[in-house]
Ligand binder design. Structure first.
Ligand code: UD1
Ligand code: CA
Length: 452
């Protein structure tokens, strides 16, 4: 049975008070929309449709960035969730299978939960809804169960009776429905309700009245958490981080002060990795086992291999590839560069667009001058090379295996294997001149002071 995913993302997000469409606000370094799309992608859908409205172009671009095959459709007037889902129909013409409806502002629906819904749907229920026990049900649609425990109806809070409002089992807004049936049912939904909107929730009762069965799958409340305000965005971030820290520790990493370590949605941390306080991971980072990430380091788009030591105060930017046992020390920035096995870049250095051979030693203050104002150029440093402190490597340039550069050199030409390159002004000593010069200056000051 094939699956399609429809993501409702046309809402205004008024309470965000933002120029950015709500679903593009980030949690764990990815827009909310991508989290929802990632949940949906776990079902390996044949088609994914994003229903966008506010900020259509930006939402469309973000959706296509995640999945270039996604269809993004415009919901011009936002007449409610039922109307939004119906807008997806055309993009799903000819599709025959199950449709999962998700919200673009609800980032944490797990693949396991969606798989459970799919399994229940395959037991023959026409609609499977995802419900949860709400600590505070205020604002949610309530799930009305029939005596046999199946779902009888969903009632919005604004339309609910007092006794219905006492129900704490709530609607997450996620559904799994047969495609043909869904659009059939949506055509029968009216807007005679407290908000004058077309509610997707009404399809449950309509289906029941036609003798179809509908069921509820329950999940943890946290999975259903949506974002409507900046405060809720911060709460979602906190929830994500709390879980990511716990997971990293469960997987055998030590976090000295977990509350100060920030992960991205896709951070991969190996076993026996030690992470000191105040470390931030941007997207696309893998840290292999036994590595040590020291305090105040910032990593994104990089790969740290086994037993490396990174930081304190290191910055690894996209394309940094650090081989086994290498050391990246304080105030070192690495971008688009491969640092060879056991190499050391320990202090105050910029390495960009470069490859550094195994066991090379890069002295303090070294800079790969990779940018000429228009183009970026490569620097290549051989195995076991020793780069003297404060060397400027003007790319494109190659320093050979076992080569040395003198401190303070500006290296503009390739250095052969095993050579010593010195590229700096020659030192000249003038005997006694320092002292004579100083005495002269002091005399000048003394006579000036007498004169005033
Ligand atoms: C909806 C459900 C409610 C459920 C709650 C869970 C309905 C009628 N109610 O209520 O039962 O408990 O979600 O959060 O479905 N959207 C559109 N176009 C629209 C309207 C909404 O794309 O015309 C999108 C929004 O961007 C949002 C989602 O649908 O992502 C939910 O809309 P929202 O207005 O927040 O629904 P609720 O009133 O919270
Ligand atoms: Ca909402």
């Amino acid at each position: 049975m094939s699956v399609a995913v429809v993501i409702l993302a046309a809402g205004q997000g008024k309470r965000m008070n933002s120029d950015l469409p709500k679903v593009l606000h980030p949690v764990a370094s990815a827009p909310l929309l991508h989290h929802a799309m990632r949940s949906g992608a776990s079902l390996e859908p044949e088609k994914t449709v994003v229903v966008a409205g506010i900020g259509f172009d930006a939402v469309k671009a973000a959706a296509l960035h995640f999945d270039e095959n996604a269809k993004v459709v415009l919901q011009k007037d936002r007449n409610g969730t039922g109307h939004a889902a119906a807008v997806a129909e055309q993009a799903l013409a000819g599709f025959d299978g199950d449709i999962f409806v998700l919200y673009g502002d609800t980032p944490f629906i797990s693949p396991e939960t969606l798989a459970k819904m799919q399994a229940v749907r395959r037991q023959g229920h026409a609609i499977v809804n995802l419900g949860f026990e709400a600590a505070d049900p205020t604002g949610y649609g309530r799930l009305i169960l029939s005596v046999d425990g199946t779902l009888a109806a969903i009632v919005e809070e604004k339309d609910a009776t007092a006794s219905q409002r006492a129900i704490t089992l709530c609607n997450s807004g996620v559904y799994c429905v047969d495609a043909t049936l869904l659009f059939d049912l949506l055509r029968q939904v009216g807007n005679d309700n407290a908000q004058g909107e077309f509610y997707i929730t009404d399809i449950v009762k309509i289906a029941r009245d036609q003798g179809l069965t509908t069921a509820v799958v329950r999940c943890d409340e946290y999975e259903t958490r949506g974002v409507n305000s900046r405060a809720e965005l911060a709460q979602a971030e906190a929830i994500f981080q709390h879980r990511a820290r716990a997971e990293a520790m469960d997987n055998g990493a030590t976090l000295t002060d977990p509350e100060t370590v920030w992960f991205a949605y896709d951070t991969v941390i190996g076993r026996d990795v030690l992470i000191e306080p105040n470390v931030v991971f941007g997207p696309d980072v893998t840290v292999e086992s036994g590595a040590h990430i020291r305090a105040f380091s910032h990593l994104e788009g990089c790969h740290v291999s086994q037993d490396c030591v990174i930081g304190p105060y290191a910055r690894l930017r996209p394309g940094a590839e650090i081989a086994d046992g290498a050391k990246i020390g304080n105030f070192v920035e690495v971008k688009a560069a491969r640092i060879g096995e056991g190499a050391k870049v320990n202090h105050l250095t910029y390495i960009g667009d470069a490859t550094i051979g195994e066991a090379a030693n890069i002295g303090a203050g070294t800079i790969t001058c990779n940018y000429d104002g228009v183009f970026k150029h490569q620097t290549e440093i051989g195995a076991r090379a020793f780069i003297g402190s404060n060397t400027m490597l003007v790319a494109p340039v190659r320093v050979g295996d076992d080569a040395l550069t003198g401190s303070g050199s500006v290296i503009t030409e390739n250095v052969p294997d095993g050579a010593l390159a010195i590229g700096r002004g020659k030192q000249a000593n003038k005997p006694g001149l320092g002292l004579r010069l100083m005495n002269k200056l002091r005399q000048q000051r003394a006579s000036k002071n007498e004169g005033s």
